[in-house]
Design a protein around this ligand. Structure first.
Ligand SMILES: NC(=O)c1ccc[n+]([C@@H]2O[C@H](COP(=O)([O-])OP(=O)(O)OC[C@H]3O[C@@H](n4cnc5c(N)ncnc54)[C@H](OP(=O)(O)O)[C@@H]3O)[C@@H](O)[C@H]2O)c1
Length: 282
């Protein structure tokens, strides 16, 4: 265990609190004793309390909200509705970093910053994105490092486990025929349970850890095999999932190494084969 301790349970600002990750972060933070203020772009309700409207593309709005809320920590999960919306995903992260000043900041990044050419990526790996979303997330990392050098920047992978993850929704839609397409058999990630990731972010919010940290699940698995696990868990017919090789315009095999997370975090990061063997939780 490396000593990054700085125990804080005070007021926590969760950006993107209506999102699939932010909602779980906000809920688990409140259960852990934080006073939680969530934000969203639209009018959606958020748990555990209605979210504040905030457009992170507007630097003045970000500063005004932080001046009013005066949080002890910020977990920045918000991302563009269109993932490659540069103004939200990249510039918005910069606006959060600038306004945060000395406030503890945990920024959520993605394994999409990598091409997959190297397969295994530790925290020292430099981004080499090959699609607009990965480029925007890489730019966000650079902006946060420049504006808030004491921030923790968490690179993570596919997020699921509570039935609301994008891959769970996609698998159901493909099996029912509501969506056309296929799950790629050669597109490998290390999916993480949303609860495990949320708990890791909350742990980090109460520490001084600065810089990149990989937080993902322990199993490397293809998108297709992940869909098969979701189908088995949810009583769907796995043979109804269309399979295909990736068209090659995005990363194929990205595996975040987890040694540092294991040495720093108390949360146990489960693998997809473990957490998808039981009913959805959260
Ligand atoms: N999902 C994954 O598998 C995955 C994998 C790796 C990394 N990540 C990262 O994890 C984080 C959370 O992803 P997610 O899947 O939970 O996202 P999500 O479900 O799409 O939620 C996005 C959130 O951001 C808010 N938002 C959108 N545009 C905004 C703006 N201009 N200003 C302020 N808020 C805005 C949305 O508010 P509204 O609800 O009002 O639109 C929503 O609350 C992101 O940083 C993402 O890059 C996700």
């Amino acid at each position: 265990m490396i000593g990054y301790g700085r125990f804080v349970v005070g007021t926590l600002l969760v950006t993107g609190a209506t999102g699939s990750l932010g909602r779980v972060v906000a809920t688990r933070a409140a259960a852990a004793g934080w006073t939680v203020v969530g934000t969203c772009l639209g009018a959606g309700a958020a748990t555990p309390a209605p979210a504040e409207r905030l457009d992170i593309r507007d630097p003045a709005a970000v500063r005004t909200l932080l001046d009013r809320i005066r949080p002890d920590a910020i977990i920045h999960t918000a991302v563009g509705r269109n993932r490659d919306d540069w103004g939200t995903t990249a510039d918005g992260a910069a606006n959060i970093g600038v306004a945060a000043g000395g406030i503890r900041l945990v920024h959520v990044s993605s394994d999409a910053v990598f091409s997959g050419r190297a397969v295994h990526y530790d925290e020292s790996a430099a981004p080499d994105p090959i699609n607009p979303y990965g480029a925007a997330k890489a730019a966000a990392e650079t902006a946060v490092r420049a504006t808030a050098p004491q921030a923790a920047i968490v690179r993570t992978s596919l997020i699921l486990g509570d039935g609301r993850g994008g891959h769970e929704i996609l698998t159901h839609a493909l099996v029912s025929g509501r969506r056309r397409g296929a799950l790629f058999t050669d597109d490998i990630r290390k999916p993480v349970h949303v609860d495990d990731l949320a708990d890791a972010l909350l742990e980090l919010a109460a520490t001084d850890y600065a810089g990149i940290l990989n937080v993902a699940g322990t199993d490397a698995i293809s998108r297709y095999d992940l869909g098969i696990l979701v189908a088995h868990r949810d009583g769907l017919d796995p043979s109804a999932i269309p399979a295909a090789p990736s068209p090659g315009n995005h990363a194929l095999d990205v595996r975040l190494t987890l040694d540092r997370a294991a040495s720093i975090l108390n949360v146990r990061l489960r693998g997809a084969r473990d957490f998808l063997s039981t009913a959805p939780t959260s």
